[in-house]
Design a protein around this ligand. Structure first.
Ligand code: G16
Ligand code: MG
Length: 224
């Protein structure tokens, strides 16, 4: 049986991965560092400052700015991102997610958030989902971000679940790597050619078909 389901937030619960992309793209343009969706895959799941570093590296500008300037770029990106969050309502929850959370609650299976985002509590509130999660891991509470397993392992520990009986759900390559490093079953949401190489056990195009019976079948097929 499944002991916990550990969800990524951005790109799994709602489309905030797109908002991150819009906000980073804008900052990139201001710095003269244009990038596309393919490059953006590398930014998914990693922290705000690490994302900024990758963008500056892409533009060959990683040595060009002081820490204070970098902190200011990150602040500007976050302000833009948070302004986009203003439009979030419960209807922006991805298909099947609320239903899955209700199924998990009925079955007594803990649902946990393991997001790299410091904005996670605000997003869950805007979607009206806070009460359906047993635990939200704070990204600052662990030593290493994704692709390290820390966020997922902390989530499992907090709800008393055995890692090998947990299912992690992610849209990012770094996130899938984190789930597998934690010894959990990894369900990818997105493109097969992006998430399979990162180690996803199964990849679904979207969250629509991810219900409890699908999760149970996945644990049967890939669990040990
Ligand atoms: C998310 C996004 C990342 C973002 C990170 C930090 O992680 O995927 O693109 O850089 O959070 O977010 P913030 O700037 O809001 O603290 P996840 O793990 O929910 O996909
Ligand atoms: Mg994500």
């Amino acid at each position: 049986t499944i002991e916990a389901v550990i969800f990524d937030l951005d790109g799994v619960i709602t489309d905030t991965a797109e908002y991150h992309y819009i906000a980073w793209k804008q900052l990139g343009q201001e710095l003269g560092i244009p990038f596309d969706k393919e490059f953006n895959e590398q930014l998914k799941g990693i922290s705000r400052m690490q994302s900024l570093e990758r963008i500056l590296q892409l533009g060959g500008q990683d040595q060009s700015y002081s820490q204070a300037e970098k902190a200011d770029f990150a602040r500007r990106k976050n302000e833009h991102y948070v302004s986009l969050l203003d439009s979030l309502t419960p209807e922006h929850t991805y298909p099947g997610i609320r239903e899955l959370l209700l199924e998990l609650r009925s079955a007594g299976i803990p649902a946990v958030i393991a997001s790299a985002s410091k904005n996670a509590p605000q997003i869950l509130r805007a979607l009206g989902l806070e009460s359906l999660f047993q635990y939200v891991v704070h990204p600052d509470s662990v030593a290493h971000g994704k692709p390290a397993p820390d966020l997922f392992l902390r989530g499992a520990v907090e709800v008393g679940a055995e890692a090998s009986r947990c299912i992690g759900i992610e849209d990012a390559q770094a996130g899938i790597q984190a789930i597998k490093a934690a010894g959990m079953i990894a369900i990818g949401i997105g493109e097969e050619n992006v998430l399979k190489p990162a180690g996803a056990d199964v990849v679904m195009k979207d969250t629509g078909g991810v219900n409890l019976s699908f999760l149970e079948e996945t644990l049967q097929a890939f669990g040990c």
